[in-house]
Design a protein around this ligand. Sequence first.
Ligand code: PLP
Ligand code: COI
Length: 347
Amino acid sequence: MNIDWQELRFSYTETDYIVRASFHGKWQDGRLVGEWGAPHATRDKILPMHVCATALQYGQEAFEGLKVFRGIDGKIRVFRWQANAERMARSAEGLYMAPVPTALYGQMVQMAVHKNKKFIPPYETGATLYLRPLLIGTTPKLGVGPGWDFEFIIIPSPIGPYYKEAHSNRIPCQTFIVNRHVDRSAMFGTGHFKVGGNYAASFRGTETAHLQGYDCLFMDSRYHRYIDECSAANFIGIRGNEYITPRSSAILPSITNDSLMTLAKERGLKVTRRHVRLDELNGMSEAAACGTACVISPIDKVIDPDNNITYTLPQAPGPVLLGLRNALQDIQYGRAEDKHRWCTVIN
Ligand code: PLP
Ligand code: COI
């Protein structure tokens, strides 16, 4: 093993072990009944699967993402794995898959960390160990409908910052371009679940934006008037003393956003979740995308090509969001008291 921690980006680096567990059951009176087997760690990263597995045929797949930090005190901290487990259970139910019980999820997170301790980057590097929990349907089926066998896998990978320049302690700004011709998800669709299909569906927007040198801002699918999500991250805007973030049935309830809202309230900010019109960017002093991978990534400009308007954010990165970013990272790295018990210390 020879990893240059400073060179890590948000990409896959293989570790020693993944952790797996299988569910086998059946559908009975509209309910999935069955049992999860004991989890096991394996070095084998190849998954033999039937070509008709429901994950492959009908997209029965959900995933998650969470980070493991090496703190200033040398301790290992996993950030909000319970919130992660709950969100995955909602995604599983949303796609008629077997939810992973929280206790099993926690046990497997612990195993994944223990078995791959040497892949947790040192404190000073700013890199972390990312865990990618993955749930897939493995029942061979051609008839359209949910399966009854599932595989839950935790895939660890050390990662660096989501955006390149973030290593030199400069937090890079992102420019977003509005796309009203591609919707990531529909109003009563699966946008609030973390399922692979949403990401495949978003590529027409995100890859087009990348070719132009931007990231994609998704709008609400009904009116294309309100901000939904910033590529694969939630949107936050600051106006005066107010922290504003979209309320929408089509966006993923971000655990980072939830944590930042708590910290914002503690700092005396007013936190508002509501529909956010694009032209409200005019009144905002700061805006950012937020998520596990990027934490907070400031937005310097938003381009609306349909109306030939460019919104320029006056202060990016601005003091309010930078303060919140630092407050969150201080907790994650053990530099500040963890009042909300967000971190699980693993020995
Ligand atoms: N929105 C989407 C579509 C995402 O994929 C993610 C990443 O998980 C987020 C928002 C941010 O969520 P979280 O803060 O829980 O990582
Ligand atoms: C995040 O973790 O913030 C994300 O946006 C998820 C993505 C990398 C799949």
